[in-house]
Design a protein around this ligand. Structure first.
Ligand SMILES: Cc1ncc(COP(=O)(O)O)c(C=O)c1O
Length: 465
């Protein structure tokens, strides 16, 4: 029987051998590795497959396994790609720090820049069981309906407490895809789109990629400011507003009760659509129930609502939903069809098996307890080292803390210096559509192992000086 530990022992062994040899050198055969390490052929093959995928070794059928050529040696000599930039013209959008957040971290790094759960907090065993059941369903590899499997659409609709019916739901491969489809389907290149400032970098990158013009609307600890929102609609004639009313990423702020009605009235008055990204629906860390989405109050189809399973189950369960009514639904349906037809059946069925399993509510409860512990430990360390004004009075739900730095400190320089010390953080500048009003950093607490938190925050404070 293969085990993870024997697998990684073989992988490490061959990795070490490859590192000590020149590109092209022959490596020991499968048989030799089996004998030397006392493992099965399957275990050796798994390790070799993995190292082949990583580009460290290459198999030459009939000849054996060899150390792969390094990337620079494999590149064709004197290739000239300069003509491509001339053909492509200027880049249309910036990734605004997104690449760093999504990159594979160096080994041992403290990952305070992440917006997903670490392996230990994911619904791993539940997902394994759900995927096993899903794969046994007949017809699982057949084409799926464009809007998704009826049972999954029903589940997402039921989670909205009546704001949407199953017929209003389109299953997407995560909400990033839903956001991208919405910007393309609901606006035309050159149109203005309003964003709370600060806001989610991934949505800003998507809006720019769709050719939209981002208009920042200031937000504070109670969410977007209604006076500024009204003014921005008037001034720009925008018909689209991207917003996170609950536990916004990056600030954690939620739209206060008294602002909810005002915001909805302003959107309706402007004859506009609002994208409500409820990404942190399950991360209500201090209340027994989730904060109600704004779409519950919307009767005339102004709100396009989004929700995802990647955040609370695992990043690779790329399942999200976009909910809409009226012609906006049709536009979104058509956009999704033109994008990629449908979300793979095995993934949708796995999602159904997962969320209908009796253990799912328990997973969410345990997850929230762990996140609360991590948040509280990180917040306490921040207050100790950065002072009481670095964080808002009330700690937010979600996955991040938005830390205000002392005046004059460069958030980008701090992020760079911290990375050199193995601590990954996200500079606040990336999260503002325009000039930041003050320096901030976003620290994620999902990966903040309480054992490492104190030391990591002390190091950050040391770098600030
Ligand atoms: C606010 C917000 N919306 C949407 C997403 C996209 O998530 P996914 O595509 O994994 O559902 C993210 C991911 O970080 C996010 O922070």
């Amino acid at each position: 029987m293969k085990t993870d530990s024997s697998d990684s022992r073989v992988t490490q062994h061959v990795r070490r051998l490859a590192a000590g040899e020149a590109p092209g050198a022959r490596l020991p055969s499968v048989r030799m590795l089996m004998r030397e390490l006392g493992v099965s052929p399957v275990t050796v093959q798994h390790a070799l497959d993995r190292l082949t995928r990583e580009g460290i070794i290459e198999a030459r059928p009939g000849l054996g396994t060899f150390v792969a050529k390094r990337a620079e040696e494999a590149a064709p000599a004197r290739a000239d790609y300069a003509w491509q930039s001339a053909a492509l013209g200027p880049a249309r959008f910036s990734l605004r720090g997104l690449a760093g957040m999504m990159s594979v971290p160096p080994p041992g790094a403290v990952q305070l820049n992440k917006g997903y759960l670490p392996t230990a907090l994911q619904a791993g065993p539940l997902l394994t069981a759900a995927a096993g059941r899903a794969l046994r369903r007949p017809g699982i590899w057949d084409p799926m309906p464009v809007d998704g499997l009826p049972e999954l659409r029903e589940w997402f609709a039921s989670e909205t407490n009546g704001a949407f019916q199953p017929r209003d739901v389109i299953i997407c491969p995560g909400t990033q895809a839903a956001i991208a489809a919405a910007f393309r389907a609901l606006a035309a290149p050159g149109d203005p789109v309003l964003f709370e400032s600060p806001s989610y970098t991934g949505a800003m990158a998507s809006a720019e990629a769709a050719g939209l013009n981002i208009i920042p609307v200031p937000a504070d600890e109670n969410g977007v400011r209604p006076d500024m929102l009204e003014n921005a609609f008037h001034r720009t004639g925008a018909r689209l507003f991207y917003c996170q009313p609950n536990h916004a990423n990056p600030t954690g702020a939620s739209l206060s009760e008294d602002r909810k009605a005002a915001v909805l009235a302003i959107v309706a008055q402007a004859g506009a659509l609002m994208i409500e990204d409820d990404w942190a629906h399950d991360f209500h860390l201090d209340t027994p129930a989730p904060l109600p989405p704004l779409s519950l109050r919307d009767t005339n189809g102004h709100i396009i609502y989004m929700r995802s399973l990647t955040k609370c189950a695992a990043p690779s369960l790329r399942i999200g939903a976009i909910c809409a009514r009226g012609p906006a639904f049709e536009r979104l349906h058509n956009a999704r069809l033109a994008d990629d037809f449908f979300v793979p059946g095995p993934l949708q069925e796995t999602a159904i098996q997962l969320v209908t399993s009796p253990s799912w509510p328990r997973h969410l409860k345990t997850l929230r307890a762990s996140l609360r512990d991590r948040r509280d430990a990180l917040a306490a360390a921040i207050t100790r080292h950065f002072g009481p004004d670095a964080l808002p009075q009330t700690l937010p739900g979600g996955l991040h803390l938005w830390v205000r730095l002392p005046p004059g400190v460069s958030d980008e320089e701090l992020a760079r210096k911290a990375a050199e010390k193995g601590i990954l953080i996200s500079a606040g500048t990336h999260w503002f559509p325009a000039e930041p009003p003050a320096p901030y950093v976003r620290l994620g607490f999902a990966h903040a192992d309480p054992q490492q938190t104190e030391q990591a925050v002390a190091t950050l404070a040391g770098l600030v000086g």
